[in-house]
Design a protein around this ligand. Structure first.
Ligand code: C5P
Length: 468
């Protein structure tokens, strides 16, 4: 049967799928599975058990329910590799699907046949195996997984990872994955405590790679004791299960995000200011939804009458210039959302003292000067530009057309456009009607609460990140 990837679909279909997936909080792939299952149910087709789009035959992939978590198990070349066969069983006992990659060295200790029989899937060994690359390829191996476990992680594998090598299937997949990586190191104690290994370990930890073990105990190959024994399969399986559970409801774990919110106050004199009707509710809701999804959030907010959100770094500012300064201080981030209603102008001749009203004197003239455009400044940065920059367009007419124009002008990736005409009650209110404008087109979102807009945006961002 021919294989179909989401990338091959036309842009309109891809966009619809992404929107459906964002709404239902599923990955795009899971959304496709759900649609196919519903279609099969509707047509009365007899689909035995959990349905999955058929994988290419030679991939030898066992059918797995859409919600099944997947581990890519990379088995390195060490005597502890024999324990990795037990690890496959332990993971499968927990309902986790396992796909194995064996390094060349690992094949001296365990056979692909044994690993494949236990995993119930084809085992991958060679980066340049044409059959393997056509079936799945190292990029798909890296992407179609929720967690990568390297067990045993040898000193050599760790050194390659720390230095970004990709000269075999295991290291290429490790370099290409966006999933969390858990290493179970196993080596001779002298190798473990060698400065080079410890240096590589520190580098890997700084890169966000997790480790379990090594434990202390007798070494299988030499009868020596010391630190370097691979963690037990049960320990590794339990750690993997915990990481998978955490990643399931934390799709933005490990992502740094900044959000601007609320109005700015531009002083006229020490007691008066220019402001606008922004309540900060939408920005706060996004910050809370992103934090709940595991993101490391910094909220940079103008003056609002809202309780400080918990679990979020909050920087309170007053003026547009303070907001820009706080944003630049917060970089680098992965995602930046500019929800603040920044005043376009400030008073150039703001009074140092309160401007007095004096009988018979002319009304004072306020001279306005333009504020920095924070969204545009950050979108056009050459360095430290966030991977995803999202702005808002509050419009009172020609909402979609103005937002498209703004997307190009400001240089951001997405614009959330909304109609803020007084009759909509959006400004200061609790609900919002968004049109998401991207380079691919316009997605109209249904009218919903600002919390639901936030949840949908976070799901959409998670899908976009997973897709990349
Ligand atoms: O140009 P306009 O104000 O309509 O653009 C709105 C978008 O630009 C919002 O995302 C807002 O947060 C951002 N913006 C900004 N700095 C400004 C003006 C707007 O970041 N000075």
């Amino acid at each position: 049967m021919a294989s179909l990837t989401i990338r091959q679909l036309d842009d309109r279909l891809k966009k619809l799928l992404r929107l459906r997936a964002a709404r239902s909080g599923r990955s795009v792939e899971d959304e496709v599975r759900t649609i196919l299952r519903a279609a099969a149910d509707e047509s009365g087709t007899d689909v035995p058990g959990p349905f999955e789009p058929p994988a290419p035959k030679s991939a030898g992939r066992a059918a797995a329910a859409p919600d099944t978590k997947r581990v890519l198990l990379i088995i390195g070349g060490g005597i502890a590799a024999y324990k990795s066969l037990d690890l496959i069983r332990r993971l499968k006992e927990r309902g986790i699907a396992v796909r194995c990659v064996l390094t060349k060295a690992a094949e001296h200790f365990v056979t692909p046949l044994a690993a494949g029989a236990l995993a119930g899937e084809k085992v991958f060994t060679d980066l340049f195996d044409p059959a393997g690359e056509f079936d799945v390829g190292h990029i798909r191996l890296a992407r179609e997984t929720d967690l990568v476990v390297v067990a045993p992680a040898t000193a050599d594998l760790m050194a390659k990872m720390a230095n970004g090598h990709a000269n075999d299937l295991a290291t290429a997949a490790l370099l290409a994955t966006h999933a969390k990586i858990l290493l179970a190191p196993a080596m001779n104690p002298l190798m473990w405590f060698n400065k080079a290994t410890q240096r590589n370990l520190a580098q890997l930890a700084a890169d966000g790679v997790l480790t379990i073990g090594p434990n202390e105990g007798e070494k299988a190959e030499s009868g020596e004791r010391g630190t370097g024994r691979m963690a037990e399969p049960l320990e590794i399986a339990a750690a993997a299960e915990k990481l998978l559970a955490a990643s399931a409801d934390k799709p933005l774990a490990g992502k740094r995000m900044l959000i601007t919110s609320g109005p700015t106050h531009e002083p006229i004199d020490p007691v008066r200011y220019i402001a606008n009707r922004s309540s900060g509710k939408q920005g706060n809701a996004i910050a809370m939804a992103a934090a709940a999804a595991g993101a490391d959030v910094t909220l940079i907010s103008g003056p609002v009458n809202l309780p400080d959100p918990t679990g979020i770094k909050l920087i309170k500012v007053e003026t547009a210039r303070e907001m820009l300064e706080a944003v630049e201080r917060t970089l680098p981030v992965d995602i930046a959302i500019f929800a603040a209603a920044v005043a376009d102008w400030r008073v150039a001749n703001a009074g140092e003292q309160k401007i007095k009203k004096k009988a018979g004197q002319a009304t004072p003239d306020l001279l306005l000067t333009e504020n920095p455009d924070i969204l545009s400044t950050i979108s056009h940065r050459k360095s430290k530009r966030p991977k995803l920059v999202i702005g808002f367009a509050a419009e009172t007419e020609n909402v979609a057309a103005n937002a498209k124009d703004k997307l190009a002008r400001k240089g951001c990736d997405w614009i959330l456009a909304n109609d803020v005409s007084p009759q909509t009650g959006i400004m200061g209110g609790d609900s919002n009607t968004i049109q998401l404008v991207t380079a691919e087109g316009i997605e109209p979102w249904p009218p919903q609460s600002k919390q639901d807009v936030a949840a949908m945006l976070v799901a959409r961002i998670a899908a976009e990140i997973a897709d990349k």
